[in-house]
Design a binder for this molecule. Structure first.
Ligand code: ZN
Length: 179
């Protein structure tokens, strides 16, 4: 570029990025899709989430391998309601790749109280735990928040949302039943 052209370009760049503009890196990422649920509005990027999960070989329960996790891993396909799988699929989350699953206890009903969470690329536009109603799908109850605990490496530096769930589910495997 000639000196004359450079003179023209520089002032324009100044206009685009004034010195007092500190929004770089903080600007809200633009997401392609929006999930709307009662009390919630969540933007997400399915393709980016799928790309991230492609680098994660197994889910949290498989890594832990305690009795409660083994039971979960062996029976999650039967436990997760179709609507929940559809929701996860829409977000780009493989249902077998929970970040963590934890067993709370065997309830008096004979069902087991479990909790766990998934991450996906996106942001919570609207909605907040204990303000918005939990999203209920069958025995699952869930809510969303920005960021997340134990975020897997492939999602480092991305805008992420944690889908946190609790569920009361039967113990369906032959693994010795946890108390
Ligand atoms: Zn475990």
């Amino acid at each position: 570029m000639s000196a004359a052209e450079a003179d023209v370009v520089r002032p324009l760049q100044w206009i685009d990025k004034p010195e007092n503009d500190h929004t770089d890196g903080e600007t809200k990422a633009a997401f392609v899709d929006t999930l709307e649920l009662p009390g919630w509005c969540i933007d997400y990027d399915r393709a980016a989430t799928i790309t991230g999960y492609a680098q994660i070989s197994v889910g949290g329960p498989e890594k832990c391998n305690c009795d409660a996790c083994r039971n979960w891993a062996l029976t999650r396909d039967a436990i997760l309601p179709r609507e929940m799988r559809a929701l996860l699929d829409r977000l780009g989350v493989p249902c077998g790749k929970e970040c963590e699953v934890y067993h709370v206890c065997r309830l008096q009903s004979g069902l087991h109280s479990y909790g766990g969470w998934y991450h996906f690329v996106g942001c919570v536009n609207y909605g907040e735990k204990e303000v918005s109603p939990n999203v209920a799908i069958g025995p699952f109850s869930m809510y969303f928040f920005a960021g997340g605990a134990l975020l897997p490496k492939p999602f480092d530096g991305l805008h992420t949302v944690q889908l946190d769930f609790v569920a009361e589910v039967p113990w369906l495997s032959n693994v010795p039943e946890a108390p």
